[in-house]
Every structure is written in C-alpha cells, then in structure tokens.
Design a protein around this ligand. Structure first.
Ligand code: PRX
Length: 667
C-alpha cells in the first residue's frame, strides 16, 4: 500500500496542455492571490458581466477576529450582477447558444435527453416568470426537493434570475427533516416532482412533500404553492412497478406542465448586489439543529468558476461529469454553477451506480466520452468490490482527470481509482472543502501537483490554511492540529440564515482571527496537508455529514430508551458508520423489535442514509465524575480496541469491561 512517502508524478503529456502547467506557475499564481487579491480576482472578474462595475476601492473587506467586532466578509461590495445572466445569456452571446449544457441520463439507460445553453436560458426565464406570477420576490426563499432532473437546475437558476434564494434539500431526507428546514427558512413556495426511480425503488417525493407541508402547517408555517414536475410518466419503469397516484391538493398544488409551457421565454434579470444572498443550504450542526449556510452572489460566482476551471482543467470541448446529487453543496458548485460559468458540457445522472448493472457509471463514462469524472470515495469503495472485469468491459480512455470529494480517500481506493479507472495516466484531485467554503479549498492541481494518495495537498488560490494546537498556537512545518483559515476567499459563506450569532460561535469563537473548519489536518515534511477528519461531534457516513447529538436526541425520544450515546466507527464502504449505545428504561426489553423500531425511527426522522449499523445495549455509560460521557472510550469499544489509555477520570471503571464483553454480534 502506498504510504506518505509514495508520490505519483502527473502524466507529463497531460501537464503540457494544462492551464497551470508547473509547480512554479502554481506558486506564482498563489502568491499573487494572497499578496494582491484585488489584481488576482479582478482579472478573473473581467470574464463576467457586472451591471454596476466593480469598485476597486472596496473590493474586499473582512473581520475574522470576534474580539474586535462582528465577523464579516465582503467581496465586490456595490457591484451588481446576475448569476443566471452570467451562466446563460453571456454564454449564448459568446456563441455557445447551441452548445450542450447538460446531457441528462435517466435511471433507465433508455431515458436520456440533452439541453443547449439557449434552450436552458428559455426554460429558466419561463420558470422565473412562473415564480414571479406566484408572487415570489427578491430575497424570498424557495424550497426545492427534487430528483436529478433538468427541472431541478432550471428551478435553481430561475430563482437566481429574480433574486429569490433557493433552499434545496436532498431528496433522501425524511419529511420531518424537510419540514424543519422549510419552517426555518419560511419558504412559501416548494418545487418538487411526483416521484423518481432509483434503480427499482420508487421514491414517492410528492407524498413526502405533503407530509412535510402538513408538519409545517402544524408548526404554524404555510406553504401556499407547490409546483410539481410530472416525471414518472416519462420514466421507463420496472415491469413490477407499483401504481402511484400522485396526491395533489386543490388550490395549493400545480403541475409544472400546466403552467410553465405557457410562460414567456424572456425574463429580465434582477440585478443583484455582489453581496446579496444567492442560495442557502442546510448542513448538520453539532448541536443537532441544522445550519442554513448562506452564500452570496459575486464572490461565489468567481470562486465556483475559478475552482472549476483550474481543478478540473476544463477545456471547451470537454465533457465533464460530477455524480453528486444537487441537494448537496457539490451538486450546487460542481454540477450547476462552476460548469455553467465555464460554458461546460456536463452529464447529469438520475440513478444509482448499481442499476441496471454494477458497471453503470463506467457505461456512462464510455457513452458520453467523459473527460473529467468527479465522485466520492464511498462510491469508489462500493464499486471496487465488484472486481476489475466489469470495469474493463468499457472504454474509459477519454478520462483525463478523476476527482474525489466528501471524505478522506483511503489508499486502497485511491490506487484502484488511479490504476483501474485512470489507467495510471489521469491526475487524481482529492478536493477538500465544505458546504461552508463554497468551493475547493485544499486540492492538488491536475498535471501539476505530484500526488500522494489521501492528501488534499495544497491550498487553492486565495486560501491560507493554518494548523493550530489546542492553545491556538500556530504549528509551523511538520505537525498535526486544527485546520483553520486565516482569511476569506471569495466563495466562503457569509452567515447562517437568520442566525449570525451561531455563525460567529460555531466558526470563529474557538480561535479568534480564524475560520475554524472543524477538521483536523497534518502537514508532512514536504508541506502536504492531509485532512484527518472531524474534531467535533460530527460524523461522515458515505460523505453525508451528521451530528451525533441529532441521532442521540432521536433515540431518547423512544419510550424504552433513557440515555443514548452515538459514536462513529470505521466502515469499509461508508467510511464511517453510526455505532449507538443505549441505556433502556427499567421496564423495557432489549430485543430485535426494539432495534427495528429505533432504526425505523431514525430512517423516518432523518433519512435512510442515517440508519445506525450497530445499537448496543449499555446498562450504563462511561462517564466522568462530573457526569460527562467519555466518547473517546466509546469509540474504542465500538472498534473493539482495548488500548483505551487513561481512564482514571472515570466514575465507574467497571462499565468499560462490561461494554467490551457485551458488544453485539454484528459489531
Ligand atoms: O470532514 C470534511 C469532509 O466533509 C466535511 C464537509 O462536509 P459537507 O459540508 O457535507 O461537504 C461535503 C462536500 C464538499 C469536511 O468538513 N471532507 C470533504 N472533503 C474531504 C473531506 N475530508 C477529507 N478529504 C476530503 N477531500
């Protein structure tokens, strides 16, 4: 297995043609981005349209030091623009009107479609006019719960056309989670589809939305318009498909096809201040309550465009494919905004990697001759187990760049990706970033950075990473510590929706003067950065970030559970999985029925992806004398690692032995 010392040099044939083609050039550009951000980003901004020009006297201002006043970041303040105008009208005017923006590949291989830039512009304007007719105005939030279909992208861009803030929720979240998010952002309009097939499973999206809207109503918030794409009738369905009558309600629910085709394909863009909100996206918070991360217009546009261009080295003839769902930040920045800002042609895929066969992803790469392929380590690990032959059936020679995102990539998966998918000629870009960062912040550059499997390597332009020890002292050179950033780049979030206090406490209070990622990282002797994982009570299951507190509070809602503690355990495919310890009430029984009920509770209240792998009966939990649960010890028990270190602060040492002895058979 490769180690920290293993270095894979980029393919020299490829390096020659890359935008950045040497480490020297990277270092010069990086230095300029840090020393002179006005000049660096100012040059990039010239590629885009600004209705009110940029004022270079107030190009960039910020305060990261909470002890010196409110934390804020502003880029290009006072300039006005519209993001849909830059992504669509500008590209059409530049001669890309007939260029394919997206190839859509449905769940079933015979479902496919494509849309050009000019067509996309027309559809976006149509839907923008529909939203206006429903009285959606600048600054209003629009909730979106969609499968991977073109209308999802049309909806996002239509919101930006009129200055509305889209708030997408991944369509794997339960109705409870969705309702919590709709109520928090007070969206009055919801856009969804009747349903979607994932493999042979029907996801009844509209039913989930109805439940969510009912919950909102009970909490005192009303969604007054729900626009529904009729997607199922155009989808090829499995022979055994059950019948599904879409539950529609008069007055509130409208079919997309009843209103959108009648709307005009012209819609004047709303000129937005560079610092006006663009979209919000919820991410898990360590207290259990999701945080509405808010991104603004000008800086995000520049950052999405620039990271996409350089990290994927996108050239005008390329076909790019990111497998992320649009309900996550990767789907926002690297399915929609970054590619369209570069007039790219992308593939979007509705289904799963395993349908109809376990080679579907490779079949799609071959079919569209994909040049850049961007996915998550969990998908790579899941596909590795089907062996090499199924991959070798397909011609993957078009691939030039392979991306990884969402969690640390383990060396076995990296090597498989590099050798079998990339045939040892592709660059792998292991991109570290977060919902909050808007775009890549640590990443190798293709053709340039010598690759170390598992290292996110070096900062992107404008990004200044620092490692701090527990006392906030900077670790220079080799070492491991908290990964923080000492200044903003244009794509950094600006606040948490309606909760600036929480923004300041979560990200800026631990180390005044720095944006705190919540991740740990190590710098090796060559200066490479390796992200080591979360340092807070968050865990990452198949690239989905979750808080242990969220799951714990749900478990204790069950009448048979008096106390619960949740930790992460390494998992061969998901990266991490949930390992739960529960203390049951005196009259309760720990049996299969209880376990099924608890798993069901979590599936229903958060979503299927959050289902725990192990639930252990814990008559007591290891606690300090002051009553704090010692999660460090629980993590060791979950991993059956008896090397538990110092337990002198434990109130009752006997608990630990008992928990080791009673680990369930499936642990
Ligand atoms: O822990 C890091 C991990 O995913 C977290 C961010 O999750 P989210 O906001 O959902 O965004 C995911 C997609 C950008 C981070 O705090 N993470 C993300 N990418 C990597 C990673 N950990 C290691 N290496 C990565 N490349």
């Amino acid at each position: 297995m490769p180690s920290e010392k293993s270095i894979f040099l980029p393919n020299p044939d490829m390096a020659r043609d890359c935008y950045v083609n040497s480490l020297k050039q990277y270092k010069e550009m990086y230095k300029k981005s840090i020393d002179n951000p006005e000049e660096f980003w100012g040059e990039i901004s010239r590629d885009f349209h600004w209705e009110t020009p940029i004022d270079f006297n107030r190009f960039f201002r910020y305060n990261f030091d909470i002890t010196k006043g409110p934390v804020f970041t502003k880029w290009l303040d006072g300039a006005t623009t519209n993001i849909s105008y830059n992504l669509l009208d500008r590209n059409v005017q530049n001669g890309n009107g007939n260029k394919i923006a997206f190839y859509w590949e449905g769940n079933h291989p015979s479902n496919q479609k494509s849309i050009t830039y000019a067509e996309l512009l027309g559809e976006v304007c149509r839907f923008a006019n529909v939203l206006k007719s429903k009285n959606v105005q600048k600054g209003d939030r629009v909730a979106v719960y969609m499968p991977m279909i073109l209308e999802a992208i049309v909806t996002m861009l239509a919101c930006t056309r009129i200055g509305a803030i889209h708030s997408l929720v991944f369509a794997g979240f339960s109705s409870d989670s969705f309702a919590e998010r709709i109520t928090d952002c007070k969206a009055r309009v919801l856009v969804t589809a009747d349903g979607a097939w994932r493999g042979e499973k029907l996801i009844k999206l509209k039913t989930i939305c109805n439940q969510a809207m009912d919950i909102c109503q009970q909490k005192g918030h009303t969604v007054d318009t729900c626009i529904v794409v009729s997607h199922l009738q155009r989808s090829v369905t499995p022979a055994s498909a059950p019948k599904y009558e879409t539950p529609m309600r008069d007055c509130r629910d409208i079919w997309w096809h009843d209103i959108v085709p009648k709307a005009s394909t012209k819609c004047q863009p709303e000129w937005m201040d560079a610092e006006d909100p663009l979209f919000m996206l919820y991410t898990s918070g360590s207290t259990g309550k999701p945080k509405g991360v808010l991104h603004t217009t000008g800086g995000y546009l520049l950052y999405a465009a620039t990271t996409f261009k350089y990290v994927f080295d996108y050239k005008p003839q390329d076909v790019y494919w990111c497998t992320a769902d649009i309900g996550w930040i990767t789907g926002h920045t690297y399915v929609v905004y970054g590619p369209l800002a570069n007039a790219a042609t992308s593939v979007i895929y509705e289904g799963t990697p395993f349908y109809p066969g376990n080679d579907r992803l490779w079949e799609i790469v071959d079919k569209y001759k994909v040049n850049q392929f961007y996915t998550a380590p969990t998908a790579i690990r899941a596909l590795m187990k089907f062996g090499d032959d199924i991959v070798k059936k397909h011609d993957l020679s078009s691939l030039r760049i392979l991306g990884s995102v969402g969690e640390p990539i383990n060396p076995e998966a990296w090597l498989w990706y590099y050798k079998l998918i990339g045939k040892e000629k592709c660059s792998i870009v292991d991109t570290f970033w977060q919902t909050e960062t808007g775009g890549h912040v640590l990443t190798p550059l293709p053709g340039v950075t010598p690759m170390k499997p598992g290292a996110a390597s070096f900062p992107f332009f404008g990004v200044q990473p620092v490692l701090l020890d527990e006392c906030g002292k900077e670790i220079k050179g080799e070492g491991e510590g908290y990964l923080v950033f000492s200044r903003p780049w244009p794509g950094l979030m600006r606040t948490l929706f309606n909760n600036h206090d929480r923004y300041e406490t979560t990200y800026f209070s631990k180390f005044p003067g720095y944006y705190c990622t919540g991740d740990g990282a190590r710098r090796d002797s060559d200066g490479y950065l390796w992200v080591t994982g979360r340092v807070d009570d968050m865990l990452n299951v198949s690239g989905h970030l979750m808080s242990t507190a969220e799951v714990e509070s749900l478990l204790t809602e069950h009448k048979s559970v008096s106390e619960a503690a949740v930790v992460s355990k390494p998992h061969p495919i998901k990266g991490e999985c949930l390992y739960c310890f529960i203390t049951i009430t005196e009259d309760a029984v720990y049996n299969d029925k209880l376990l099924t009920e608890l798993k069901q509770l979590i599936r229903e209240r958060i979503g299927p992806f959050a289902q725990p792998d192990v639930i252990q009966n814990a008559p007591a939990l290891p606690k300090t004398r002051s009553g704090k649960i010692m999660r460090r010890i629980l993590r060791k028990i979950a991993q059956n690692d008896k090397d538990i270190g110092d337990i002198s602060t434990l109130a009752d040492g006997g608990v630990v032995d008992l928990l080791f002895k009673t680990r369930p058979a499936n642990a």
